[in-house]
Design a protein around this ligand. Structure first.
Ligand code: DMJ
Length: 583
């Protein structure tokens, strides 16, 4: 990432400090796209339930279908999948109409039979409660907590939307059984989440945090107001797609619908990881709103990407939304590229392995990445380098460490040899990312580590030494644990818990640190909302049984918000009348 032109913490294009760099169109000398008028969507109202228990019971018994004119909410576990003898050859999301799923959460809330694992899980729950209580006390309704100065941070990444930490926490609180806290969060969404903001927002960030968070809250609880809110918000994002190619711009004014590209992105380009990280949420928006427009928008992105020539089969990070051509040849599995790849394989998985296009694109991209980016260091560590027009930069960002988990869940069960190959690659990358943690004094990993100048898996540049409570390494531990049950992943997760407690926990919350290589802590005074949504959720799942948010039933969006897999049976029978309901 070029520091002089874009913020250091840019993850998938725009997070964190990026918000401070958002520029208005006239400052960029760009003509904003006129927002298309928003579509009035039919709201589908069902009686809201009042408590977690009541909702669970109602859902478990299939009583959610009180009004048969409304979409059906079906509780179906992987083990009671309806048989699918004649699923369609050509995959089409539009056929999903009329079939919503609410898979089970897991028995006993995912508690394991191992006392040590349970203690560890309780510890993570305590960390969540501590982070949440301090947010509530000092920053309620703001986007994030500033734990040192004990106040809230708003920033301008979410276009005037507030409560990012609340939206990002809903599902984590819910699965941890922190019901008092969850109910406070829920009440805030009902009474205070104001979507009528007029600010400039990152399309990507609003989508992964707000749309993703509200969708998950809806699917987990069945509370109807989440659905209304998320559909209302989804409508406000549509004008960003009003470009000559249909590739959305990165920034949108949620009030006027005008949109423009990031000031730091080359020549008015859109960012691969931003426009490529909408698919999962938009398919569910179509599902909930009964409006195919969301799915059409993201399918069109695919079409554009499929048409365009790819250098060595690789997808560069910058694309012009006007011409549909690549603007630069920088390729990265870390920031600016990362979650595009993640959403390809997860689109396939979320479609109950029906979306063959997504699978093809994912494997095509992964093969090109393996051929061009994957490297082995002299010390035997496998890593993903970055590619700049054919020249390798031997650097791996913390963000790129999600790829261990991604390659793991993408290891196809069709061909045993291929599967083993990808599982091995996933394990090697996760091992390298763990090394980036163990080689620091704090046992937390730097923002980026390098494999040059004699160093391996360590940050050799001063400005790469910070850690902002990011989840990616722990995310890969969680997936690798689920896939292999190798106890080392739980041990590595526990090492991270201890390091977080020792170096990031302060009197009033958790904070990032400026240098993972020194024990004299310098805190950055920010409790990122993704710490609540991702880091702590993945840790909690790591110390839970596999049936808590089973990977057979759910996919996690890139902010760790679980979305249900849409079963093939939904394609075959758009309005099933007599599905067996079972938890
Ligand atoms: C999160 O917002 C998401 O995981 C995103 O895809 C990348 N960056 C952050 C966490 O580091």
């Amino acid at each position: 990432m070029q520091r002089q032109t874009q913020p250091v913490t840019v993850g998938s294009g725009s997070e964190n400090d990026a918000r401070e760099h958002m520029k208005r169109p006239k400052e960029q000398g760009m003509t904003p796209a006129k927002g298309e008028s928003s579509t009035k969507l039919k709201s589908l109202i069902r009686k809201p339930s009042v408590s977690h228990e009541a909702t669970e019971e109602r859902l478990a018994r299939g009583k959610a279908q009180e009004d048969l004119t409304l979409p059906r909410l079906i509780t179906e576990s992987a083990s009671v999948k309806a048989s699918s003898s004649d699923h369609p050859d050509t995959f089409s999301y539009n056929k999903f109409k009329g079939c919503l799923l609410k898979p089970p959460l897991g028995r006993d809330g995912g508690q394991t039979s191992d006392p040590t694992t349970n203690e560890r899980r309780e510890k993570v729950k305590e960390m969540m409660k501590f982070a949440w209580d301090n947010y509530k006390r000092y920053a309620w309704g703001k986007n994030e907590l500033r734990p040192l100065t004990k106040n809230g941070h708003i920033g301008n990444m979410f276009g005037g939307l507030r409560g990012a930490s609340i939206i990002d926490s809903l599902d984590t609180l819910y699965i941890m059984g922190l019901m008092e806290e969850y109910n406070d969060a829920k009440e805030w969404v009902q009474t205070s989440l104001d979507l009528n903001s007029n600010g400039e927002a990152s399309l990507f960030e609003v989508n992964i945090r707000y749309v993703g968070g509200l969708l998950s809250a809806y699917y987990l609880t069945g509370e109807e107001f989440y659905k209304k809110k998320v559909v209302e918000l989804g409508e406000k994002l549509l004008p960003a797609f009003n470009t000559p190619t249909g590739i959305p711009r990165g920034v949108i004014n949620l009030g006027s619908g005008t949109s423009w590209s990031w000031g730091w992105a080359s020549a008015g380009s859109s960012i691969l990881a931003e426009f490529g990280t909408l698919h999962l949420e938009f398919v569910h928006l179509s599902e909930l709103s009964r409006n195919p427009i969301y799915t059409e928008k993201v399918m069109n992105i695919r079409k554009v990407l499929n048409k365009i020539e790819k250098p060595h089969g690789l997808y560069p990070n910058f694309l012009s939304p006007v011409s549909g051509n690549w603007v630069q040849h920088h390729v990265s599995i870390g920031g600016l590229g990362d979650s595009f790849y993640e959403y390809l394989i997860k689109s396939y998985l979320m479609s109950d392995k029906s979306d063959d296009d997504a699978k093809k694109m994912y494997y095509g991209a992964l093969e090109a990445i393996e051929a061009n980016l994957v490297q082995k260091s002299p010390g035997g560590l496998t890593y993903m380098a970055e590619w700049r027009g054919g020249i390798l930069d031997h650097k791996m960002g913390h963000l790129a460490c999600f790829s261990g988990g991604m390659i793991g869940i993408g290891a196809d069960d069709g061909e045993p040899e291929k599967r083993q190959h990808y599982l091995d690659l996933a394990a090697e990358i996760t091992h390298t990312c763990h090394e980036s943690y163990t080689r620091s004094a704090t046992k937390l990993g730097p923002e980026a580590f390098r494999f040059d100048s004699g160093g391996e898996a360590t940050a050799t540049r001063l400005n790469d030494r910070y850690y902002i409570l990011r989840p990616e390494v722990i995310e890969s531990y969680m997936y690798m644990w689920r896939l292999t049950h190798d106890p080392k992943y739980r041990e590595w997760g526990w090492e991270a818990v201890q390091a977080l407690e020792q170096h990031c926990r302060v009197e009033s919350g958790f904070s990032g640190i400026r240098d993972v290589y020194t024990l004299t802590a310098s805190h950055d005074n920010m409790q990122q909302s993704f710490f609540l949504s991702e880091t702590l959720k993945y840790l909690y799942l790591l110390f839970s049984d596999d049936d808590l948010l089973s990977l057979e039933d759910w996919v996690f969006n890139t902010e760790a918000h679980p979305l249900p897999i849409i079963r093939r049976s939904c394609l075959e029978d758009p309005a099933p009348q007599d599905k067996t309901v079972s938890e």
